[in-house]
Design a protein around this ligand. Sequence first.
Ligand SMILES: Nc1ncnc2c1ncn2[C@@H]1O[C@H](COP(=O)(O)OP(=O)(O)OP(=O)(O)O)[C@@H](O)[C@H]1O
Length: 226
Amino acid sequence: MLEVENITAFYGAAQALFGVSLSVAPGQMLALLGRNGMGKSTTVRAICRLTPPAGGTVRLAGRDLAGLPPHRIARLGVGLVPEGRRLFPGLTVAETLLATARPGPWTPARVNVLFPRLAERAAQPARTLSGGEQQMLAIGRALTTNPRLLILDEATEGLAPVIRSEIWAAIDGLRAEGMALLVIDKTLSELLPRADACVVLERGRDVWTGPPAALTGALRQRYLGV
Ligand SMILES: Nc1ncnc2c1ncn2[C@@H]1O[C@H](COP(=O)(O)OP(=O)(O)OP(=O)(O)O)[C@@H](O)[C@H]1O
């Protein structure tokens, strides 16, 4: 589904990625791991070409994404739930879900079934929602684009346990339907049991790739500090 080969990326003159490779198969959940500042969000931004890679290749279902603007990548089937949600504060829940909607199984009505809290707040501006509800809206907005690959960057950060479990349950449902997922999440105890594979980043490089069960003991301490 997604194949990233040896990408590099810069912020101005500062290099943030020095060669990152990863792949996500259809129906697979890949956990992208690493301590703070190691390049996880930049990798996601490079895949979506919000921070276009300076080198390397990104392919979606075999198609090279080089040169495409971010909105074209979204239309090709990459749904992004960005760190910090990035909602339009003045748009209502209903308007947000319609703004990016494209034909497919994920209609705004289906998002409202997935997250009933959103249905109850359809007419409320996004800025009046709780943090958890805003996160559900960010996921819903990505789903109404009907992606083939959904990328979640810290989708449960700072949320209460009951809301986190609602969000994980929704992610589990997507996974069960065969959606490809690339997930960044600091709560490893919730992420790792769900992941099919892990890629660990260290200072802008992928330094370890393997199944979550193999990421134990000294490896875990070394790369993740836990
Ligand atoms: N907008 C930016 N301008 C300049 N440098 C940036 C910018 N965003 C990130 N960086 C730098 O790029 C590197 C990778 O950051 P990135 O946000 O990708 O890491 P991360 O692994 O997602 O970290 P975190 O878990 O803290 O979100 C860091 O050195 C960071 O300081």
